[in-house]
Design a protein around this ligand. Sequence first.
Ligand code: SF4
Length: 374
Amino acid sequence: MQTADQRGQKEILVIYGDDPETMALRLAAAAGLAERIGDRHKRIGLKPNLVVPRPACEGATTHPELVRGLIAYLQQQGFTRLAILEGSWVGARTEDAFTVCGYRKLAQDTGVALIDTQQDHSRTYDCRGMELAICDCAMEVDFMINLPVLKGHCQTMLTGALKNHKGLIPNQEKRRFHTLGLHRPIAHLNTRVRSDFILMDGICGDLDFEEGGNPVPAGRMAAAWDPVLIDAWAASQLGYAAEDIPYLGLAENLGLGTADLRQALIQALSVPAAADRKVFHPGVKVMHLVPFIQEDQACSACYAALVFALSRMNRQELKRLSGPIGIGQGFKGKTGTLGVGNCTGGFTASIGGCPPVALAVLDFLRKQAIQGIS
Ligand code: SF4
């Protein structure tokens, strides 16, 4: 018999919508965050992803509205010792990112401190078999809330919770991470830097690049306590299995959580709603995939699952999908050839889910490509 804490550790709460402030508030409340933090005097670190000075709509950075909703929740619950901690990547100044991404205004409005880890001191720690330098501010918090963006990455495929903590090390160490191959140091870093709660921004993360430029609107947000488990879930939303991301297995072996998604207790707090595709201005890479899609009132999360799945297919596989793939609420009760999502259940071949998971969509489309159905 599992305890409530053990069950909570495996919980992933998902919410759909287009209002990050309200969504964050609802997720924090549903997760029972205040009860889990406990003592109102604890120092709480909020760690967004502000890798570059680009607004969140471009797919690289955490929506400030999400952080605003979380701060409102925490302050309403009596927590006052909050600080936003972040250091942009080596090629950018965090100070610029704070301004461009809307965090300076957020700090003024809420009274929460902004700490630039590029300006912080650091010390070297034994991170379970690997010596790594970590900024002081990251080690001084009693409770860390990790606020990553669910997006692709050109080297590690996924940027989620575990990788987000790279913003809490000095620039020199960031450079060294790359010489060490990223995966191992990412996993080991997380043995020393806390991730007590994760609120993942899946509103419009980038297709495959940490710097943004090809945002894929997905209109969702997720909360969890296990950083490995939520990263395994995030990987599946991009069309990857946990085994495809080496740092997930490494983190699991270091005892940081489980990458076995079958153990996850996934609960949705809302259902997806049809999105207005006219306001979506895809980047070049996403534009290349649009001709393969025939959408009619598709929800963002459903559309995103298809886009991510298509992006994982090679040119030959795509060629075999000669006809467009139906997706959206407009196809309910209709017939067709190839469809994605429960709404296309009347099609000759369709993958269910509401919304479906990109990994399952990819598997389905690859099988269809082999059979040459379309
Ligand atoms: S299956 Fe239909 S209702 Fe469900 S997410 Fe897809 S488009 Fe929306």
